[in-house]
Design a binder for this molecule. Structure first.
Ligand code: BG6
Length: 474
């Protein structure tokens, strides 16, 4: 293309977050703890309590900042433990009130809410009662919870997302605390995954039943995987890796059945995912309307002989264990460093082309509209002496990524929004406030609870210009 990409009218320019990462108030107004709250509390170097970005008490100010930036959408999640704090309890009115206020505030400024039903934060009581995602008892509870959200908020919220990054939760079970029984995780994970699929299906069906004009989609975490070389064996290895980390989920969501690859994998490995009568009929009814997509990075795979020893960790440049566990699967694939792309301080590949690749890939396979629900740059950041926060690397990262979104749209992909991670600084999954993603700095640290002052970073002003010009002002 010899001109800058153009974005469609009404393109949703937004920002993203999740309840436990941004709200704080973890035990306020009736809310009980989630496993992620507990995890944050017990991990060093966090302080004894969790305030996150204290969005619970600053939501008006935060929405005003979004409106001032010209944003037209905001993707956030609802905390299950705020809506249903314990077994057999009535719905928590204070919890409903908070989200009603937030949604009304967004609507006041014409900001379209895009709401995730579940973003990693398993209520502790569900975990105790049903063994979390391991027990089928969660299915009815999830259905009840999702139906409450659709009934309460469905008059104003028309875009819904079911489960955040189900694929990542299964692939990185240890990282997200979902592999509660590590010794049997390799056998359990496909059962757990099947239960999550049933919950996803329940949410999709209920949304269509209860939300007039409502649309719902899944939100997989997407890491495009390139073959290391043009050796045909590397090509197949990349396809294997893509299947095992992404495609089997996308096929399930879009085609509403397990694909041949995973069925054959289960057969070969004597795995029984415990599919019961009626399950596939339920999944068969869960017709999604669009794909929500999260994309930060890419991976590269090469052939791995069946005789190799399993190495469960990614190795970073210095040969140390990376921060994510990612299995090398003998006979299938092995992940390797890509010499063509740079990495962040956390060893995440900086690869804007992966964004275009993902959009092309998903569009080519499923022909469903897509909305980007996460994409961003995590960095250590401080307030400079001039009182501002200068984040030129984030601006470069975002500009390059958004440019590729534009190219994918010119390639013919139907993309209706971009909601980067994150609008505010918030708790990172493993690195608290040390790894900051926001357009807006939050004045607090992992060690000390400070005043939570909101300081728009340089990237906030840059993004605002871009948004107000519908992608014309780079
Ligand atoms: C996504 C998650 O996978 O990555 C977010 O949906 C998460 O919850 C984001 O915060 C960035 O990862 P991290 O580990 O840097 O917080």
């Amino acid at each position: 293309y010899n001109h800058d990409p153009k974005f469609p009218d009404n393109f949703l320019w937004g920002g993203s977050s999740s309840s436990w990462q941004v709200e704080g108030a973890v035990e306020e107004d009736g809310k009980t703890l989630s496993l992620m709250d507990l995890n944050t509390r017990t991990k060093k170097p966090y302080t004894d309590d969790t305030f996150a970005s204290d969005n619970y008490h600053h939501y008006k100010e935060d929405v005003k900042l979004m409106a001032d930036a010209g944003m037209t959408s905001y993707r956030f999640s609802i905390s299950w433990a705020r809506i249903y704090p314990s077994k057999d309890c009535q719905v928590n009115k204070k919890g409903l009130e908070f989200y009603n206020n937030l949604i009304n505030e967004l609507i006041k400024y014409n900001i379209t809410p895009i709401v995730t039903v579940y973003h990693y934060d398993m209520p502790v009581w569900i975990d105790k009662e049903y063994d979390g995602w391991y027990g089928r008892g969660i299915i009815d509870e999830f259905d009840k919870y999702a139906r409450t959200l659709f009934k309460e908020f469905g008059d104003r919220v028309k875009y819904w997302l079911s489960i955040n990054e189900q694929n990542m939760q299964i692939c990185y079970g240890d990282w997200l605390g979902i592999d509660k029984h590590p010794d049997t995780w390799l056998e359990d994970k496909w059962k757990v995954n099947h239960i999550m699929n049933l919950c996803h299906a329940k949410a999709v069906i209920a949304c269509h039943e209860l939300v007039p004009g409502g649309k719902i989609g899944p939100v997989p975490g997407y890491v495009p995987i390139y073959p290391y070389s043009c050796d045909p064996k590397d090509q197949i290895a990349a396809m294997n890796a893509e299947e095992m980390t992404e495609k089997i989920w996308d096929d399930l969501y879009a085609h509403r059945k397990y694909n041949g690859f995973i069925k054959s994998y289960w057969r070969e490995n004597n795995i029984d995912p415990d599919i019961r009568p009626g399950d596939m009929e339920l999944i068969g009814k869960a017709n999604i309307d669009f794909f929500g997509l999260n994309c930060y990075r890419s991976n590269t795979a090469k052939y791995c002989s069946p005789d190799e020893k399993e190495e469960p960790y990614e190795l970073n440049k210095s040969g140390k264990k990376g921060n994510l566990k990612f299995p090398k699967v003998p006979g299938m694939y092995q992940l390797v460093e890509n010499p063509y792309v740079d990495t962040t301080d956390w060893d995440w590949e900086i690869d804007p082309v992966a964004m275009r690749y993902m959009l092309r890939y998903v569009w080519d396979h499923y022909q469903l509209p897509m909305v980007i629900c996460e994409n961003g740059f995590g960095e250590h950041e401080i307030v400079s002496e001039d009182g501002k926060v200068h984040d030129p690397e984030r601006i470069k990262f975002m500009r390059d990524q958004i440019y590729q979104v534009g190219l994918a749209i010119q390639d013919g992909c139907k993309v209706f929004g971009y909601n980067p991670w994150s609008f505010l600084d918030l708790l990172s999954t493993g690195n608290g406030m040390s790894k900051r993603y926001g357009f807006v700095f939050i004045n607090t640290t992992d060690k000390d609870k400070l005043d939570f002052k909101r300081i728009p970073k340089d990237s906030y002003y840059w993004y605002s210009d871009l948004v107000k010009s519908n992608g014309e002002n780079w």
